[in-house]
Design a protein around this ligand. Sequence first.
Ligand SMILES: Nc1ncnc2c1ncn2[C@@H]1O[C@H](COP(=O)(O)OP(=O)(O)O)[C@@H](O)[C@H]1O
Ligand SMILES: [Mg+2]
Length: 375
Amino acid sequence: MFEVVLERIARGRPERSLVLTGLRGVGKTVLLNTLRSQAIGRLWGTGKIEARPDQSLRRPVTAALHMAIRELAPRHRAPDRIDEFLGVLRAFGARSVPDNAKLRDRWNPGIDVPAARGRADSGDIEIDLVELLTDAAGIATDVGTGIALFIDEMQDVPAGDVSALCAACHELSQTGAPLVVVGAGLPHLPAVLSASKSYSERLFRYQRIDRLDRLAADRALSAPAAREGVEYEPKALDALYETSGGYPYFVQAYGKATWDHAPRNPITPGDVRVAAPDAEAELAVGFFGSRYERATPAEREYMRTMAALAEADDMDTAVATAEIAKALGRKPASLSPARDALIKKGLIYSGERGAVAFTVPHFGRYLRSQPAVDA
Ligand SMILES: Nc1ncnc2c1ncn2[C@@H]1O[C@H](COP(=O)(O)OP(=O)(O)O)[C@@H](O)[C@H]1O
Ligand SMILES: [Mg+2]
């Protein structure tokens, strides 16, 4: 499907770009990298960004487009057009620090062409992005392909930059410029984008990435095992799907532990049971614990309350913020700082007004299994 998107954009046809959404560990980053490979396979210039809260897009976009243009440059007939663009790119990037910044704070993008003046350097990110991306697309047009800019963790792009990015994408699609922004992020990313520009729904095609279905999860386990001449008993696959819930990250964790434990072929449900605590211990440290540690005591208390309230249906579905306040005996407004900080840290998200959910699958289950010692 992405191939079709690339084909249409290369022909200057209007096409919505793709945004992948889903919980942590469902495979968005892996998929984004696959899409990037597909674009490279079609000789597109590509660059990738991992957005971070509080970090302006300027530097990462500069680096990503530098990469994309370097891929196209050898096929371009006019080297001075490339240099011209690099001058604009450098000027765009240089805007990330104030003009009067000390030398040591100036940022060196590794572009060895002097900064140009008068394009993409106004300091208004919206104007500058439109100009920069238009010029980059022009280079791609010259070589008969396109540019794909991949943005992972897109929900972390600062609000002003998101709005500028949407405006730039809008402009590019209107003019049929062959540049596409492909994003990936947490489930509330569509809400973030539409809050920023109401027309974003027409700009992006949202693709929700969910857990693997039974067939895909079984295949992820059986195919590599078969290459080693090993099989899973059907009941072992039942047990693995039950514990992993089909989440790719968990399929891997439980699958690996089982593989390491199993004494003989075929692998049995007993092997899965024996190995599960090992996988859980590893997940508790690496996947859950490392995230839990980012939270302050007040934020941990907030999440524990969330987890306790979500237990009713054991699905870690969204919990009403009013319920959390009630359970803690606090005024809802007094909990906003904890909630906002947890959203910023990427631990919870608000997909619907007045409700929050964990970004990490099985996080509530993990918290409920932990003794309430710290805080
Ligand atoms: N389709 C898939 N089948 C099996 N495992 C997968 C699949 N997609 C991703 N994975 C594995 O799941 C883990 C999480 O993938 P990742 O792309 O980092 O998730 P996300 O970016 O959504 O948090 C990785 O270890 C990856 O190798
Ligand atoms: Mg990821």
